[in-house]
Every structure is written in C-alpha cells, then in structure tokens.
Ligand binder design. Structure first.
Ligand code: MG
Length: 396
C-alpha cells in the first residue's frame, strides 16, 4: 500500500457537479487532504461559503465579481475569513495558489487559463475540464510534463489504469494496438436520425446511467461528448485517431479498454460514479479506500456492446476529422457546440441542428496552428459569433 501523506488541493468549479463530488471524496478521507483554495462561478455563494468554512481554505474566488458582496456576507455568517478574489484573474490566482494538486472542474472553454496556470505553476493537474486540453492542445502539451495531468473523465481514467497495467515503467506505445473508448449511447441510443427530430431539452437531459451537469448531459445525447473524448484520448496518450475506437456499452460499467498487440484486452470496470476517477486523480498513486461502491459480484450482470451508428450520431466522426486537422479546429468544434447547445436549451435550435451547425462552422473555419492563447480564444470567439448568426431565427 502506498504511504498516505497529507496532500493540499485547490478545487476549481467547487460548487459544480465534479467540485462537490471532489469535496465529498476529500471529506470522506480524513488525513488524506487539505483544501487550500476554492473557485466557482458565483451563482451559489452560500454553498461556496459553507465549503470554505468546512475545509478552512486560505483563498476563495468567484468568476462573477458582482457576487463578491454576497459571498463576503455568507463567509462571515459561516465564520470563515479566507482571502476573497474576483473575476477571471481571481480564479487564475487561485489556480496558482500554493498546493500539490489543482482539480480543474470548471465547465467549458473558460477553463483553459486555469489549466495553463496550474501546469506552469508545477502543480499536478486533476483534469475534469477536458475542453481546456482539447481546445488548447498544442499549448497544454508544450507545458505538461509526463504524468503531470491525471484525467478526471471516467473513460480516460479507465484508459490510464489499463495502461498502468502494462507495468510500472509505463507502456510501450508499440505494444498498444488500440484504445477502446466506451459510450453509453445516451438517451437516444438505437434511434435513427429522423426519430430525433422532435427531441426537447428535457428529453436530452434525461441520461440513462450518469448523473452529471447539464452541458455534459446534452453533449452525451448528441455524442459530442464522445467526440471530445476521442480528441482528449489522442492528446493524453499520443496515439493516432486510427488507433482510438468507440464502442457503445449501455450499462456504463466498463469505462474503456486497451487492446494490446498480442490480442489481449484490459478493461476497467466499476459502477458509474465520478467519485472513483476523482479519487484516483487526487490520490494517485494511492487508492483511496471506499472511494466508490464496487460491482456486486454476488448478483447476475449482463454487459452488452454494440457499434456506434455514425449516421444517427455524426459527432464522433466529425471530431476525428477535427482532431486530425489539429490547430484551432478542435477549439472551433468545441465553441460552436457550446453555443449551439445554449441555442438548443433556449429553444432556438432543433436537436439535430446542433451537430449539423457545428459541422458547417468547422467546414467554414480556416485552421491555424493554435500557437498562443489569444489565437485559440480568437478561433473560439469566431465560432461562437458564427453560431449566433446561424442560430438566430432557427426556432421551431
Ligand atoms: Mg467521460
């Protein structure tokens, strides 16, 4: 067993789905961690203040500076007196706060600065904000040292564990035949394209196996999330897109697999619960006892697998195309999708038009190398503006 040493953690996006579960994991492992800083959007100041008081943090930041007075009041009410920081600069300051591990649980492209700051500051980065890796690919790869990023995405945590199984010295890429990323298939699995024409936000928000934030839940319904995860796997594990397969596994128990060249496939299995990948990324190389409920092997189980229907769900093939193009193309795919997803939630865009519109914007984009944050953010802004033009007046 690995020796337990007290590890200090900063949690970004602490009031969101990943952040609250991370603090659950930390609270349930006394003697394992201290929490030195928290950052959140600012919509839930009372929860943020309670978290700050419970963990005795040194610094708290809210991205929305107008939430500061309410936050200060809530902190005082809970008897907590951390340094209070505001705006995106404040969030970045917390991302650089002295600690061992930064958990980036911010949602969407906004998380890029925090990812870069945490890597630059030499922290271990527990990365739940996959968008920052995907949109800032070349920038993040240039900064990250081997092993500095630990994925907090169930599929990539699974792939990491299957690759660790290759041996203590790491894996030989030449011995890996392919990565097999599993997908639940989302709420519309088995439907043909025409059957999804009248899908509403409420229908898309009803995920069959995972309980997650709203954006990732809709992205799971369109399979854009799986597309993003294919790009994420490519960037994390340095394998070409022709060696990353996607297979639909509706039970969400096998979280991904690695097929080796000798025909052996190693799989990681556990009930769907983000606390496991969170605990692994925070505790590595230590495994935290009881972090998540295991599979009950006294009961009967049936696990099934089926190929992905690329015609009904073109988002994964589009992601391969975009990932292969590299540079700013993934940033455009992600930003166009974030904007189209918002338009769908507002009722301004039909469900099927989300990925169709993303595909159109990706085709229109002139890819550049993504050599700087400004270049990535310019591509991101362009894609959002183009999505706004294309989704205006599209309501059904
Ligand atoms: Mg995932």
């Amino acid at each position: 067993m690995h020796e337990q040493t007290l590890r200090s953690v900063v949690v970004l996006g602490s009031t969101g789905s990943i952040g609250t579960q991370a603090l659950d994991v930390i609270a349930a492992d006394p003697g394992g961690f201290t929490v030195s800083g928290l950052a959140a959007g600012g919509g839930k100041v009372d929860l943020l203040a309670r978290q700050a008081a419970e963990f005795g943090v040194e610094a708290v930041a809210v991205a929305d500076a107008s939430a500061v007075p309410a936050l200060k009041e809530a902190l005082a009410a809970h008897g907590a007196h951390p340094t209070v920081l505001a705006g995106h600069e404040g969030v970045a300051e917390v991302a650089a706060w002295p600690c061992d591990t930064v958990l980036n649980g911010i949602t969407g492209a906004l998380g890029l600065t925090s990812t870069l700051v945490a890597l630059e500051s030499g922290r271990t980065l527990a990365l739940a904000n996959k968008e920052s890796l995907i949109i800032g690919g070349p920038l993040v790869k240039r900064l990250a040292k081997p092993g500095q990023i630990l994925p907090v995405d169930s599929e990539h945590s699974a792939l990491q564990q299957c690759l660790w199984a290759a041996g203590p010295d790491g894996y030989d890429p030449a011995e890996v035949k392919q990565l097999v990323v599993t997908a639940s298939g989302g709420p519309f699995r088995g439907m043909k394209r025409a059957e999804m024409a009248d899908v509403t936000p409420a229908m898309a928000l009803a995920h069959p196996t995972w309980s997650m934030g709203p954006a990732i839940t809709i992205n799971s319904a369109t399979l854009v999330n799986k597309g993003l995860e294919v790009i994420e796997a490519h960037l994390l594990f340095d394998l070409g897109f022709d060696r990353i397969e996607v297979v639909v596994h509706p039970q969400s128990i096998i979280h991904s697999m690695v097929e080796y060249v000798d025909g052996s496939t190693i799989a990681q299995a556990s009930p769907p619960d983000m606390r496991l990948p969170i605990a692994l990324a925070l505790g590595h190389p230590r495994r935290i006892p009881g972090a998540a409920r295991p599979i009950d092997w006294t009961k009967a189980h049936t696990w099934t697998f089926e190929p992905l229907d690329d015609e009904a769900f073109p988002a994964v093939a589009l992601a391969r195309h975009v990932g292969g193009a590299g540079g700013t193309a993934p940033a455009v795919y992600n930003a166009a999708n974030e904007a189209c997803l918002d338009a769908f939630m507002r009722g301004d865009l039909p469900f099927l038009a989300i990925v169709d519109t993303v595909a159109q914007i990706v085709e229109e984009h002139d890819v550049t190398p993504a050599g700087s944050v400004d270049e990535v953010l310019a591509a991101d802004s362009w894609a959002r503006a183009r999505a706004a033009e294309l989704t205006t007046g599209q309501s059904r």
